[in-house]
Every structure is written in C-alpha cells, then in structure tokens.
Design a protein around this ligand. Structure first.
Ligand SMILES: Cc1cc2nc3c(=O)[nH]c(=O)nc-3n(C[C@H](O)[C@H](O)[C@H](O)COP(=O)(O)OP(=O)(O)OC[C@H]3O[C@@H](n4cnc5c(N)ncnc54)[C@H](O)[C@@H]3O)c2cc1C
Ligand SMILES: C[S@@+](CC[C@H](N)C(=O)[O-])C[C@H]1O[C@@H](n2cnc3c(N)ncnc32)[C@H](O)[C@@H]1O
Length: 657
C-alpha cells in the first residue's frame, strides 16, 4: 500500500484558480469551460453521439486525471441536454491525487452554470479512498467510477469498453511519468471499436505514440493559448488480436429479450441487485419467502460499518474499501439517526497482537480513513471509560439494515413478491421459471439467486460452497447514562450508540446450531463481549440488575464461503465446466481456448458473511455490470476473486472437479 498523501496539494492563484503543488501546473486554462467543451466534448462529437443514443442506450467515457471534475460535469450537462430520458452516461476517471472536499468545493464554485451538477457531485463526494470508487447520480442515469491511484497502476485493472477518451492529466513536459507507451497501450486495450479520443496537447511524440497504439490521430485548431489540439479514433493494430483472459472469468453473452429479471431473496444482496438492475431500466420481480424484505440476516436493528482491512492490498481489502465507500454514499439517501449514523467506529487494541495489527494499518492507510487513538483520546471519542486505545474509523458507523433494504426495494421498476419460497429453477424456451414446488411463480430472461445459503436448494447452484453460521445479537434498552456512548466500539464483539432507545450488542458465532430461537447462553456470551469492551458501559446500562432471562435478541445465519469472499457473478454449468477444463487437473497453468459453459441468464449474489453492509450494496452494481457488459465497479482481480467459477477451477486443480 502507498503511504503517499492521498489528496492533491493545491495552491490558489491570484484569480482563485487551483494549481497543483505536486506537478507545478494548472488544473485548467483561464478559458476552463470553453477549453473543456472544445477539447473533450467537441473532439469526441459528444453532443451528436448523446443525441443518437437509442432508448436505454449508454455511452462510456474514460478520462485520465479527474482533477476538479470539470470535464465530468460538462459531459453530464451536455448528456442531459442531448440524450433521451432512458439513456445512461457512464464516466470512468483515474485520479492519483483526488482533491479534498474543501478544495473541490472551492474549485467548483468557479462555475455557477454547473451548480446543479457540482452540488450533486459534492453531495456524494465522501469516503473516496484508494482503488475503485463508484458514485451514482440521478437515480442511476449517470454513473461515475473513480479509480483512485496512478493511471499506470489502475487502468490495467479496469475492464472496458470505453467509447470516448478524455486524455487529460497535466502537460506531458510537467508529467512525463504518466504520458508513456504503457498508458497509450491501456487506452487502446480498453477502447471499444471506433472509440474516439480528445486531448489538449499537440506534442508530436504524444501524437506518434497514440498512432503506434492504434489511434488514427489528427491535429485540429486549438483554443485560447493552444494553437492546436488532437483528436483521434481507435482503429486498432494490424495482426492477431491479443489473447483474452481466462474464459471462465470472461463476459457471458448479453441476454436478449425483455429486460425483466427475477431476484430470489430480499435481503441486502437481493435488494441491492434489484436496485442496480432497476436503475438500468430492468423490470425486477423480487421474490421473497417471508412477508417482507429484510426478514433474515439483514433484519438486525443495527449492524456496524466495520472495515477489516489488510495492509497488503488483498482482493478482500480492496473490495472492502470499494464497498465501504459505495455503502457510505448510498446511506446519504436515508435518514440519519433513524436509519444510520456516521458516528465513527472504534476498534479497541485489546491485546498486543491486535495493537500490532493496528499499527501496521495506521502506517498503510491515510488518517482520513483510520488513525490510532490513545486511551484518553479513545475515551473522549466514545464518551465512556475504556481499558484500551485503538483504531478509529471516523467515516464508519451503524446502519439499520432493513431501512437500507427497503430504500433499495422501493426504487421504481421493482415489485416485491412476498410469501414465495422458490424451490426449483427451470430453463424453458430461453426463459427462467421460478417454481414453488407446484406452481410457476414467475418467469424472466434473467434470474439472480440472492437467497444466502439457500442457493444450495437449486440444482444449478447446489455445488456452491456456502455455509450458514448462526449469530445472535442482544438488544439493550438505553438508559440516561448509556446515551453518553457516542461511537460504535468493537473488540471481539461490538456495541452501538442507541437507536430509538436501544443499543445493539453483537454478536455470537455458533458453527453447529442452525435453530434461530435466541438462547440465554448466547445473551450471556454477548454480555461477556460487552465486558471486554467497557465494564463502565455495562454499568451505565444497569446490567448487573438485569436478569439474563429478560434480555431480548435476534438470531440469524450469516452465509459464508471458504475464502471469506462473497460469490457474485454469472453461473457456469458445473458438469460441462469439468468436461471442458478437465485439463487443469493435469496442468493448472493451462488456459484452454474453449468458451465457458454459462448457464445463460443465471447469476448468483451470496456469501456476504459478517460484512454484508460493506459488500452487498456494491455487489448489486457488480451483477448489473456483468449483465450489461459495463465497466466493473471493482478491479478485475477483485471481480475474479468473487467469481463463482473460482471454486470450479480450484476443484479441478486440486483434483476434486
Ligand atoms: C448476528 C449477525 C450480526 C451481523 N452483524 C453485521 C454487522 O455488524 N455488519 C455487517 O456488515 N454485517 C453483519 N452481519 C452480516 C449481514 O447481516 C449479512 O452479510 C447480510 O445480511 C447478508 O445479506 P443477504 O441478502 O445475503 O442474506 P439474507 O439477509 O439472509 O437474505 C436472504 C433472503 O433470501 C430469502 N430466501 C431464502 N431462501 C429463499 C427461497 N428459496 N425463496 C425465496 N426467498 C428465499 C430469505 O428469506 C432472506 O430474506 C451480521 C449477521 C448476523 C447473523
Ligand atoms: C489538468 S488536471 C485534470 C483536470 C480535470 N480533468 C478537470 O476536469 O478538472 C490533471 C489531473 O491528472 C492527475 N494525474 C496526473 N498524473 C496522474 C497519474 N499518473 N495517474 C492518475 N492521475 C494523474 C492530477 O492529479 C490532476 O488531478
């Protein structure tokens, strides 16, 4: 992980325009808006292309250097002026040093004509950390995927296709590290056939390098101080196309026919899937066996937005950072205090091993994400006495998961169909049918299995290595003295500040029992977790005088996979997979040039374990991106680490296929 400062170091010139201290260059010329329109909008013919988008059509713009977001906001404005109401804009931009909120606010105030768009960007501009960060605007009509990090490190992790490139990023003379053949090769790799490109520079070697990468380039008259600028179109290179990746992680064919999907299970995973599909114009039937959504694992009164990160940038850690940011931004649509609260999360350094782990994390991540607090500081934050200091996540907090489920399930285009226990999925005439045993309850071209470990009930997904692990929370009535608790505090368990007069204390793990009746033994073990967190808080809650028999709680099953990553993506046919890729049993490095046997239109979204609040909302975007062949919201390696096919490959390689 990088220990460089995350944010741009900005100086403001006499006219109030931002300049980069890191690069010694300006973010935009004094003709800012006109230059953006001339160089990026016009050289990519965006007005005409937005105007020509069909119903439900989409255009994907890629950019190097998000900077102040001026180019993005201008593109959004033109999109809104020219495109039909059902079209979508997807903007992907890589940025090594994002502006902090204060600098972004000041920079965007320079453009009153973009006020509506800049206000929307600022409202979503939170929890922007390294890696992929997805922001959604106008109910999903406009999507922004920020890749926070160096372009040369981030773009290789992106999946295209990009229809138009904005090649920005400070003058080549001031930023030679970025303007390299490796960058141009990435622009070409990600380009859709016929993709266009605009850039403010007319430097000869940039033009020649882009040509060498497969872009036909042309000099055109510039604007302001710029005598000439460049436009280009991607024509590709002669010779054989470069070999694609592993076929079992490739994109399945896009489903045809009516855009109607069934999602089975209305917990966090199913509701997120439904919302992401509906935002893309899909009609969604959300089939749930209970009478309402959020009736099982997603039904706890409070869950914690807790990030269990690794300093080594593992796939799980990258997913957590991307998912955390996405959930945090989504929560801005809900009511603070009732549905969630950004009260921070304090992870206590309760033993020397944990203290060591926290020190490593504090060195690896920026303080805006996490920082260490000594015991006094931690007590100051928490409002109660503590035995230890710890690691503080200022942007963390608690969430009422049913509120998040409901908000998503209520989006236009989604019908929740309660009291439907689906037992069987059948593929008939290019449609999936969902059967409750006797009746076909619904049918659609696409089905997403989002019913946690119950995915094992279906013949097509029985092989998924999912397991339900029982957990119980204890509800504790708030007292006048317990109201002092001001942040979530975690050790082995967690306790949250009161929501509607009640604290949630969690959570037990029982690997053997699947019965969901709350037990006294687990209330007792939860109280022991609280004692480890803060005996002072237990005292404030008057627990000495509370008989365990009177405690209320709730038990449910977390659904986990063997590698603790969720399972999100298109489903292969297990039997055919073994036939086609059997050679992997002999040589694990083989990549047979044989297409993956997809179960057309069948997807899974499950295995969110103990951190569904972090991973499930973004998983909906990942399913939608697989389905609609969009840029993925996570790095390729992370999408592959979450892919259902991974278990079949591992099985073959270990000789268990
Ligand atoms: C005690 C406990 C504490 C937790 N604490 C936290 C926390 O602090 N932070 C955090 O991020 N996460 C926490 N989690 C984990 C989080 O709750 C889960 O990861 C998340 O709820 C999983 O969502 P899901 O949609 O995959 O599963 P579920 O919420 O279980 O949803 C699955 C849905 O599918 C339905 N269904 C099942 N089978 C069928 C069928 N055949 N037909 C129709 N419908 C069906 C079910 O009724 C259910 O509504 C906790 C979990 C537990 C149990
Ligand atoms: C001229 S500014 C971009 C202006 C921006 N497009 C706008 O609309 O405001 C250049 C941006 O490129 C970023 N940048 C420079 N080198 C980079 C690299 N190697 N990887 C990612 N971003 C980079 C800078 O941090 C800066 O924000």
């Amino acid at each position: 992980m990088s220990t460089e400062p995350l944010h741009a170091q900005i100086d403001w010139d006499a006219d109030g325009h931002p300049q980069s201290r890191q690069y010694g260059d300006v973010y935009f010329a004094h003709t800012g808006l006109e230059e953006t329109r001339h160089v990026f909008i016009d050289q990519n013919d965006l007005s005409a292309r937005f105007g020509a988008l069909p119903e439900g059509g989409r255009l994907v713009i890629g950019e190097t250097g998000f900077g102040t977001g001026l180019n993005f906001l201008c593109a959004w404005q033109v999109f809104e002026q020219c495109a039909n109401a059902t079209a979508r804009l997807h903007f992907v931009s890589v940025e090594k040093y994002p502006l902090n909120r204060a600098d972004l606010t000041r920079a965007l105030a320079l453009w009153p004509s973009l006020q509506r768009y800049s206000a929307a960007l600022l409202a979503q501009y939170s929890a922007i950390h390294r890696g992929f960060q997805r922001l959604v605007f106008d109910g999903g009509r406009v999507t922004l995927t920020l890749l926070i990090g160096d372009a040369l490190e981030q773009l290789p992790q992106l999946e295209g296709p990009i229809d138009a490139w904005f090649l920005d990023g400070f003058a080549p003379a001031k930023n030679p590290e970025m303007w390299t053949p490796e960058l141009f090769a990435q622009l070409a790799r990600l380009a859709a056939p016929g993709a266009t490109l605009g850039t403010f520079t007319s430097t000869g070697w940039v033009r020649r390098s882009l040509k060498a990468a497969g872009f036909r380039m042309k000099r055109v008259p510039g604007i302001g101080h710029k005598w000439e600028v460049l436009r280009g179109v991607f024509v590709g290179l002669e010779g054989p196309a470069p070999r694609q990746g592993k076929p079992w992680f490739s994109r399945p064919p896009r489903p045809t026919g009516e855009r109607h999907a069934m999602v089975i299970g209305a917990g966090l995973a199913g509701c997120a899937t439904a919302a992401s599909l509906a935002a893309r114009g899909w009609r969604v039937s959300l089939l749930e066996r209970h009478g309402a959504d959020a009736a099982e694992a997603s039904g706890n009164p409070q869950g914690v937005l807790y990030l269990k990160l690794s300093a080594h940038g593992t796939a799980l850690s990258q997913l957590i950072l991307a998912g955390f940011g996405y959930t945090r931004r989504l929560l801005e649509h809900l009511q603070r205090g009732r549905d969630w609260d950004a009260c921070g999360v304090l992870q206590l350094a309760f033993d020397s091993k944990e203290a060591g782990r926290q020190q490593v994390l504090a060195e690896a991540f920026e303080p805006e994400l996490l920082h260490r607090l000594d015991r006094d500081q931690a007590q100051g934050r928490a409002g109660v006495s503590l035995a230890h200091g710890g690691l503080y996540y200022p942007e963390g907090g608690w969430v009422h998961p049913p509120a998040l489920c409901r908000w998503q399930a209520e989006q236009a285009g989604i019908s929740l169909v309660p009291h439907q226990q689906i037992l069987d999925l059948r593929r008939i005439d290019g449609q999936w049918q969902a059967w409750d045993g006797q009746h076909c309850v619904a049918s659609a071209s696409v089905v997403v299995i989002a019913c946690a470990a119950q995915a094992k009930a279906f013949a097509q997904s029985r092989w998924l290595p999912l397991k339900g692990i029982r957990g119980q929370i204890t509800r504790l009535a708030a007292t006048a003295r317990s109201q002092a608790l001001a942040t979530v505090v975690c050790a082995e368990g967690y306790v949250a500040p009161a929501r509607l007069g009640e604290h949630t204390l969690g959570a037990s793990f029982d690997f053997t029992n699947q019965d969901l009746t709350p037990t006294l033994a687990e209330h007792t073990s939860n109280l022991a977790l609280l004692d480890e967190i803060s005996p002072d808080l237990a005292d404030r809650l008057g627990l000495d005088a509370t008989p365990v028999q009177t405690l209320q709680g709730r038990a449910a099953l977390r659904c986990t996979s063997p590698d603790y990553l969720p399972i999100i993506g298109p489903m292969p046919d297990q039997a055919l997979f073994a036939e086609r890729y059997g050679v992997l049993a002999k040589d694990a490095r083989q990549i047979p040039d044989v297409p993956c046997p997809w179960l057309e239109g069948l997807y899974v979204n499950s295995g969110h374990g103990s951190r569904g609040l972090i991973t499930a909302p973004l998983s909906g975007e990942l399913i939608a991106a697989w389905l609609d062949a969009e840029p993925l919201p996570v790095p390729t390696a992370v999408a592959e680490a979450c892919h259902p096919s991974r278990f079949l490959v591992r099985g073959l390689v270990r000789g268990k296929g």
